[in-house]
Design a protein around this ligand. Structure first.
Ligand code: PLP
Length: 282
C-alpha cells in the first residue's frame, strides 16, 4: 500500500486517509460546497487567481464565507506542491459549507487522456438529461456534481469519453467536465454563458488566443445541429486542455478525424501556459 498523501486543510496539515468533513457538514448532507480543479505544470498552477475568483463568486452567491483568500490559496497550493516534489498534477481545492466552512487542497495524479485520444479524437454522448439554466446551481462548480458524474459514467459505459448536455431550450451547453467548441467555414463557435455553462478557465484562455489571432469566434445559443454539421469540434478543460471530438453518438463530425484548429489551439494553449508560468503575464 502506498503511504497516505499529504493534504493541506484549513485546520492544518493532514493526509488523504484522515477524515476531514464532520458528519453534520452541509457538504456531507446536501453536497453544499464548491470545488476547483487546477493543473500544475512542474509544480506551478495555471491561473490560480481565476480559479479562486470563480469559487469566490459561487461562495458569495450562496452566502458561504470562504475559510481562505486568494493569496492564502496560492501559498498553500505552492507549499503543498513543493512537498510533493513539484509534479505535473491535478490540484483540487474543496470547500464545504460547514458550518463552519472547511477547505482542503489535494495534489492528485493528473490522468490526462492518452496520446492516442489526442491523435484519433474522442466520441461524446448526448446525455438525455438537461442542464437547466434556471437551476440555482447552473454555472457553479458545486460539490453537487452527481448529475455530471452520472452522465459521464453512463456515457463511458456506452464507449464515449464525455457526455454533453443540452439545456431546457434545446441549446447545446457543455460537457460534464469540459466546455465544447466547434468550427465551421472559418468561424469558431462555443456555447454562450447564457446556456447555463460553467465559465471555464480554459475556455476563456482559448477565446483570448482566438481573438488575438483574429479568428472569428461566436459565443452562441444553438441546437446540436450546429455541432453535427461542423467541420471539427473539441473539448476544453483544465485537464484535457484541447481534445478533438470526432463523433457525437453515431454521428461523425467532419471527416471523422481530428481537425487542424484543435491541434493549433492545443499548441498555442501550451505556449500560453509556458509564458504565463515563466512570469511573462497573459
Ligand atoms: C461542467 C464543467 N464545464 C466546464 C469545465 C471546464 O472548466 P475549466 O476549463 O475551468 O477546467 C469543467 C471543469 O471541470 C466543468 O466541470
Amino acid at each position: 500500500m502506498t503511504s497516505p498523501s499529504l493534504v493541506w486543510t484549513s485546520r492544518g496539515w493532514s493526509n488523504d486517509a484522515a477524515p476531514w468533513i464532520p458528519v453534520g457538514d452541509l457538504a456531507a448532507h446536501h453536497g453544499f460546497g464548491f470545488f476547483e480543479t487546477l493543473r500544475a505544470y512542474r509544480g506551478r498552477v495555471f491561473r490560480p487567481d481565476d480559479h479562486f475568483a470563480r469559487m469566490a463568486r459561487s461562495a458569495r452567491a450562496f452566502r458561504v464565507k470562504l475559510p481562505l483568500d486568494a493569496g492564502g490559496f496560492r501559498r498553500a497550493a505552492a507549499d503543498l506542491l513543493q512537498k510533493h516534489g513539484n509534479p505535473d498534477a491535478r490540484v483540487r481545492l474543496t470547500v464545504t459549507a460547514g458550518p463552519p466552512p472547511l477547505a482542503a487542497i489535494q495534489v492528485l495524479p493528473l490522468a490526462p487522456p492518452s496520446d492516442a485520444a489526442y491523435r484519433r479524437g474522442v466520441s461524446v454522448w448526448l446525455a438525455p438529461w438537461i442542464r437547466c439554466t434556471r437551476s440555482a446551481l447552473a454555472g457553479h462548480k458545486s460539490l453537487n456534481y452527481f448529475e455530471n458524474y452520472w452522465a459521464r459514467t453512463e456515457g463511458e459505459r456506452r464507449g464515449h469519453f464525455e457526455a454533453l448536455f443540452l439545456n431546457e431550450r434545446g441549446e447545446l451547453s457543455e460537457g460534464t467536465r469540459a466546455n465544447v467548441f466547434w468550427a465551421d467555414r472559418g468561424r469558431v463557435f462555443t456555447p454562450a454563458l447564457s446556456t447555463g455553462i460553467l465559465s471555464g478557465v480554459t475556455r476563456t484562455a482559448l477565446l483570448e488566443i482566438l481573438r488575438a489571432r483574429r479568428v472569428p469566434v461566436e459565443e452562441c445559443a444553438c441546437g446540436p445541429g450546429a455541432l453535427f454539421e461542423a467541420r471539427e469540434a473539441f473539448l476544453a478543460s483544465t485537464i484535457v486542455e484541447v481534445l478533438p471530438v470526432v463523433s457525437v453518438g453515431r454521428r461523425r463530425i467532419g471527416n471523422g478525424r481530428p481537425g487542424p484548429l484543435a491541434a493549433l489551439l492545443r499548441r498555442e494553449f501550451r505556449r500560453k501556459v509556458g509564458r504565463e508560468l515563466a512570469g511573462a503575464g497573459r
